[in-house]
Design a protein around this ligand. Structure first.
Ligand SMILES: Cc1cc2nc3c(=O)[nH]c(=O)nc-3n(C[C@H](O)[C@H](O)[C@H](O)COP(=O)(O)O)c2cc1C
Length: 389
């Protein structure tokens, strides 16, 4: 039997194989963040497809933190009953489900929130041109509490755990990064200060969910900006989280300002330019070459960073980004570079891909990282599916 089908464990969660569906914005909810029948069916398909652990993406803990129009919000108790339906169908097919909790910070979309985005410091995003308002200490404390309350609701709905979104340039990553966190108070100024928001969130969640509930993190090992998070700093973050009791670490990279480095692959310019004004189109065209270069696809593109983290912690590590070939995925686990293989776009195209991998020895994954799904779902609010032409 392939090592990919050996059971694994994250905290007290028993997982039937080594495959994780990494967090994915689905654009299958209503505009006010409630699930739809299509959302439930999408998660049923995924669970049926054999994946051990599913992470739905970007559940918002605060309406001010929403980056996408059709994502779940967990800032209200009324969502608990909705979410139970998702958990039930997933559990019905023997998979586990962990909710990713997030706040967009300066990457929140003012068109969705109707408010000026906030951040640790007023550092303008060079791609969206958003300059956030600096959060007050009271707002920071409140947001930490919002993560705690979001986790409480998710636990009440029956989820097997939560994942703190500390990657991809969202608010937690903004606090960790000296590039976006220029504060000189207790929330910045040193690696300790910059970590305080994340460790505060961990503690706020832990105090509500009890000692055994798995709390995972998705974290940037590299922001790809000067003074941003880099692997050695990420190791410090991860060791601290391990000391606190984190159950697993998913290692990723990139912030929105750097374009497509988080997802890598082609950049479908027709979809990038769709709906943009003249000036924006012009500016995007100017940046096209460098955006494409930075986004060039490589197999297992964050594996080197995951392997660095893995060397420094004992908790399970999830490798995400460009995992496409069976042999490579087996090597990753056999060689101890990571413990789980996390995929996003391949599951959008083939929700049953784990079953396909189990069936024979071939390489059934047919996702080409064309990124039409990324643009349609994330930029144009279209429902999660493959849009390859
Ligand atoms: C449509 C789409 C939505 C995504 N949504 C999220 C998300 O909500 N949270 C997150 O951490 N990452 C998100 N990602 C990033 C993926 O989880 C993953 O890190 C990235 O796509 C690389 O993995 P892959 O090569 O297997 O697609 C998203 C990616 C895509 C394409």
């Amino acid at each position: 039997m392939s090592i990919l089908f050996e059971p694994g464990k994250i905290g007290n969660m028993e997982l039937k194989n080594r495959f994780v569906r990494s967090a994915t914005v689905e654009s299958l909810c209503t505009d006010d963040g409630r699930i739809t029948e299509a959302y439930v069916r999408a998660y049923e398909r995924l669970a049926k497809g054999g994946v051990a652990l599913i992470v739905p993406g970007n559940y918002y803990v605060d309406p001010l933190g929403r980056s996408y129009r059709r994502t779940i919000t967990v800032e209200r108790d009324e969502v608990v009953a909705d979410l139970r339906k998702v958990v039930e169908v997933v559990h019905g097919h023997g998979a586990k489900i962990v909710a990713q909790l997030s706040h967009g910070g300066r990457q929140a979309d003012p068109k969705v929130t109707g408010a000026k985005p906030v951040g640790p410091s007023p550092v303008r995003d060079k791609l969206s041109f958003v300059k956030p308002r600096q959060m007050t200490e009271e707002e920071i404390e409140k947001t930490i509490g919002d993560f705690g309350e979001g986790a409480r609701r998710v636990q009440e709905a029956g989820f097997d755990g939560v994942q703190i979104h500390a990657a991809h340039g969202y608010l937690v990553n903004q606090f960790l990064s000296a590039y976006t966190n220029r504060r000189r108070d207790a929330w910045g100024g040193s690696i300790e200060g910059r970590m305080r928001f994340l460790t505060g969130i961990y503690e706020a969640i832990r105090s509500r969910v009890g000692p055994d509930y798995p709390i995972l993190v998705k974290i940037n090992a590299e922001d790809f900006v000067k003074t941003g998070v880099h692997p050695e700093e990420c190791v410090v973050h991860c060791k601290r989280l391990e000391g606190l009791g984190i159950a697993a670490i998913e290692v990723s990279g990139g912030i929105a300002e750097k374009g497509f480095v988080t997802i890598k692959g082609d950049i479908p310019m027709d979809l990038v330019l769709q709906g943009r004004g003249r000036v924006e189109r012009l500016l995007t065209r100017v940046m096209e070459g460098s955006l494409k270069k930075a986004a060039a696809f490589e197999e297992a593109f964050y594996l080197p960073q995951a392997a660095i983290v893995k060397k420094n912690v004992k908790v399970p590590v999830l490798a995400v980004g460009g995992m496409r070939r069976r042999k490579k995925m087996e090597e990753v686990i056999e060689q101890g570079q990571a413990d789980f293989i996390s995929l996003c776009r391949p599951f959008i195209r083939q929700p049953n891909l784990v079953k396909l991998l189990e069936r024979d020895e071939g390489d059934p994954i047919s996702c080409t990282s064309c990124n039409r799904c990324s643009l349609e779902i994330l930029f144009h609010n279209k429902p999660m599916r493959c849009y390859k032409t």
